[in-house]
Design a protein around this ligand. Sequence first.
Ligand code: CP
Length: 335
Amino acid sequence: VNGLYHLSERPTADVERLVARALALRGGSAAKRFPGRALGLLFFSPSLRTQASFQRVAGKLGLDLVQLSGSGGAQGIWGLETREGAVMDGACAEHVREAAGVLSRYVDVLAIRAFAGMQDLEADRADALLHGFRRFAPIPIVNMESAQYHPCQALADWSTLDQLGVPRHGKLVLTWAWHPKPLPHAVPNSTVTMAAQRGMEVVLLRPPGYDLGVEVLAEAVQLAEEAGGSFTMTDRFEALRGAHVVYAKSWGSLGHWGDPAAEAARRASLRSWRVDARWMSEAGAKARFFHCLPVRRNVVVADEVLDGPASAVLEQAENRLHAQTALVESLLEER
Ligand code: CP
């Protein structure tokens, strides 16, 4: 595997080794040092945690850091063409083929963030930038959140589940939450497949019209079967009962992709989909609250939950640092 695009492309034993290393690093083990090597970070989309944690990863591993912003401003790189055989007489001044080849001469691992555009479902599903770099760069490419997946978040979340002693076959409910605008599917896609690969009882709790893509649902079923877990979907609040983890996230409706007005109309009656003390009480005393952050307070989750003892969001965020350190360390060792 060249880098990391989707967590499940790694065998479970590999993921377990990375999680164990992440938790050892969290416990104080020293990171290995790679003097003279470099980490590239290429951001086409905003970030707080991913940007800061990968910068710290570079420092911990003794790597030079090359950080670039995606196209769009005076500080950004050139607009990148991704189509094969394109006649480049439009807005894009550089092809991903050269960009990937050139950056590979400067850095040893390249991490890229490029969110879904939320206009064209097929274009978002194609994840052209990530796959372009993966195809043309002879170095490991790490997905820092693409249209389809957020594997670094998933790796950190698996670490957090282990850190908190959540049983291997424990119950994780990923619940949709209301949000003022439709959001990409990368985090929910990665969350259900990560939890299924871990062997959990995974429940997708969502209102009608908010399914994830069929390929993700099929993969979650298959991964759960292989790992001795399960994957089900429901719109019933009672599904929270007995959850070890209530993971909140909002995402857009596939039926209204690229049509925010229609999406807003569908969502208008769903504002009560907000995790509050009643939801956590339905889940039970052992339930922990997860969210990848950033989160809109009192929209997606009530203050009483986010600031309460069940909240694991800062542990999740800290584990981004340790999980990514373990990942980049392993990629550099493999090289
Ligand atoms: N969870 C996460 O990826 O956070 P940022 O978008 O702030 O990097």
